[in-house]
Design a protein around this ligand. Structure first.
Ligand code: ATP
Ligand code: MG
Length: 633
């Protein structure tokens, strides 16, 4: 079994190199699997294949993730996809009456009487049921395996296990064909250009040292290794000339057998790297690494989406206008999956980590300009990558403070309303203060409209904020600020003084903020798509081109409410608080964070609503702003 390398050993090995390029390559040599490690994994996969085939005839055990994507490190987990497609066909056939069976294709009378499959219908069984079955097989029939656990409620449900002798951790999932496919894409990119592996290994290690990346698939606010790798690949796609082609270009090189649609997404690309023209970019590793930091130190993460498919940073407004991509959950970092275009692979990254990422890039870019980075020290001092990887003690080059923490709560980020303004409109907003207030008010007005008029929530100023505002300023004359009154909720918000802001810690003083108390009576998130389709179908066909989509959404809500409660009175279903916080003042850094807090049980129901809002709100709020700003003089 490979051992994890201690930082001291790593530093020693790196200091012996002759230049930075060699250091980057050395990192791959030090971290990649030895022959034995690879053989062990292969053996384990063969063993599992044999055992599972007994129980799930025709199944395939397919490794994906870092064990096989060319970016492995000693002791990384073993991600396995158990493909049961053929087993399902086998089972369906075995269950047909004798005369209907296709004898040529189905040798599956071999399914023994006591087969595990005689009890479970794979086609109709839930993921949890199948995973429990897999866990049972692992526990009872695979020698040398322990700690088997089915995590059925995880975002990506898996069965976890450990191989006793090697202490290797394994994860088995069953609905993960796309991950298997993106693993092959990463492999291809690594083969296309031999600068890819050293650069990705270096960035992965750097990010781990700086506590930016490394949390396992699905949890925590850090970047995961997959997202970080995509960022590195995107960087290489956007060099001039490019080091790597965009995924859309790869698609053109795929032949018939390589064309694939998985879960509705186009996953066509060539398997053979020799089909891809070598790059004419000649930058060395040292300068590519420095450039990576330089580019992302000032990258506009707020108003763009990183698209590996196009090899471009796409403006958010384009994404929102796109049929396929508009479902993308916007976050502090937006990295679109190369295949599943509605998936933001960095959607879990908190604002705090995104800021930390940019700050660390800035530090690193600065360090890369120094001689210590560029040249080997002949006085025995640390140099090159060694200093770049140093943990806490690089404070002398760490110049910037981290911004406000996003907290652990439920947050939705909205892009800057300035994005939808014309140049002239933007210029007319004189001064920073004007900009910020403008953004805040626009967002609040739009949000109020979407919550109230589109989703039929009742919205009022949150009591805490109201009291605070009252105490501080006698400006508020009205007793109960209610929606629809002369002043909007947005205007109320601006009067809350910085010094009295309670809930969000470590806030920047340059921000606008307000909290609302909201109640919703209907499950407006259930069956929206179907209802929308039905309404569209029943509308006059000549209307469909030009209908106001916000109006349609309001009608969809109305129809859902009708369906749920008829014309009778509806009871409150959920109450929650939303705190709206705008920071930044330029189109680059102006953004609004919406912090949601459920105020009653059941929280699980609120989670469903929140998941819906994550996709729905940014789109509709921006649509409102766009419509109302462009319509107004
Ligand atoms: P390591 O295990 O060393 O952290 P890894 O690449 O195996 O690296 P995992 O988190 O184990 O990362 O994920 C395994 C695979 O699952 C990835 O290689 C990728 O194919 C897929 N994957 C991981 N995270 C995501 C994500 N956020 N979106 C889509 N696919 C993902
Ligand atoms: Mg993994």
């Amino acid at each position: 079994r490979g051992q994890e390398l201690s930082p001291e050993k790593l530093s020693q090995a790196l200091c012996l190199c002759s230049d930075v390029d060699e250091q980057l390559k050395q990192l791959v040599t030090l971290f990649q699997f030895s022959e034995n490690e690879r053989r062990l994994r292969d053996l384990l996969v063969t063993l599992l294949q044999e055992v599972f085939s007994e129980f799930f005839p025709g199944c395939e055990v397919l490794p994906f993730g870092s064990s096989v994507n060319s970016f492995e490190v000693h002791c990384c987990d073993l991600d396995l996809f158990l493909d049961l497609e053929h087993t399902k066909t086998f089972q369906a056939n075995a269950r047909k009456p004798q005369e209907e069976k296709n004898e040529d294709k189905v040798p599956l009378d071999t399914l023994s009487e006591d087969s595990i499959l005689s009890d479970v219908d794979l086609e109709s069984a839930s993921t949890s049921e199948i995973l429990e079955l897999i866990a049972a097989v692992l526990r009872q029939c695979v020698p040398g395996v322990h700690g088997v656990q089915a995590l059925t409620s995880a975002r990506l449900p898996v069965v976890k296990f450990q191989h006793k002798e090697s202490a290797l951790q394994g994860d088995i999932s069953i609905n993960n064909r796309l991950a298997f496919c993106n693993t092959r894409l990463l492999q291809l990119y690594a083969e296309v250009d031999d600068r890819v592996r050293p650069l990705v290994y270096t960035l992965r290690y750097w990010a781990k040292q700086k506590e930016l990346a490394g949390n396992p698939f699905g949890g925590g606010p850090l970047l995961n290794n997959y997202a970080l790798t995509l960022l590195a690949l995107f960087f290489l796609q956007t060099r001039s000339p490019p080091v790597l082609p965009a995924v859309a270009q790869l698609k053109e090189l795929a032949d018939e057998g390589e064309k694939a649609i998985i879960d509705g997404w186009d996953c066509s690309f060539p398997r053979d790297s020799s089909k891809v023209e070598p790059s004419c970019n000649l930058e060395n590793l040292r300068s590519l690494l420095a450039e990576f930091f330089h580019v992302f130190a000032d990258f506009d993460f707020v108003s763009t989406v990183i698209s590996l498919r196009e090899g471009l940073a796409l403006p958010l407004t384009d994404i929102m206008a796109s049929e396929t991509s508009c479902m993308l959950k916007l976050g502090a970092l937006n990295i679109q999956d190369p295949f599943e275009l509605s998936h933001n692979v960095a959607g879990n990254v908190s604002e705090k980590i995104a800021l930390r990422f940019q700050n660390r890039c800035r530090d690193a870019a600065k360090y890369c300009r120094s001689l210590q980075y560029q040249r080997k020290s002949n006085k025995g001092k640390t140099w090159g990558l060694v200093r770049l990887f140093q943990r806490g003690d690089n404070t002398e080059i760490s110049t910037t403070e981290e911004g406000p923490a996003a907290g652990d709560g439920l947050v939705i980020y909205l892009p800057s309303p300035l994005l939808v303004l014309t140049e002239v409109q933007r210029r007319n907003l004189c001064g920073t203060e004007g900009m910020q207030q403008f953004c805040f008010q626009k967002v609040c007005t739009a949000l109020q409209f979407v919550l109230q008029d589109v989703l039929k929530c009742s919205v009022s100023l949150d009591e805490d904020d109201e009291n605070m505002a009252n105490a501080e300023q006698a400006v508020l004359q009205e007793e109960e600020p209610c929606v629809g009154a002369k002043r909007t909720l947005a205007e109320e918000g601006t009067s809350v003084p910085d010094s009295k802001r309670p809930r969000l810690e470590a806030e920047s003083s340059k921000e606008e903020r307000v909290s609302w108390h909201c109640t919703i009576c209907h499950r407006v998130w259930l069956g929206r798509r179907k209802m929308r389709r039905e309404l569209r179908r029943s509308a006059a066909p000549n209307l469909s081109q030009d209908v106001d989509s916000l109006q349609v959404e309001a009608e969809v809500t109305e129809a859902i409410a009708q369906q749920e409660h008829g014309s009778g009175p509806a009871q409150p279903l959920l109450t929650f608080r939303v705190s709206i916080v705008s920071t930044g003042a330029t189109s680059q850094d102006c953004r609004t964070s919406l912090y949601f807090t459920p105020l009653q049980e059941p929280v699980a129901l609120f989670q469903d609503f929140f998941h819906f809002l994550q996709v729905f709100l940014p789109k509709t709020v921006m649509k409102y702003i766009q419509k109302h700003t462009l319509d107004s003089p």
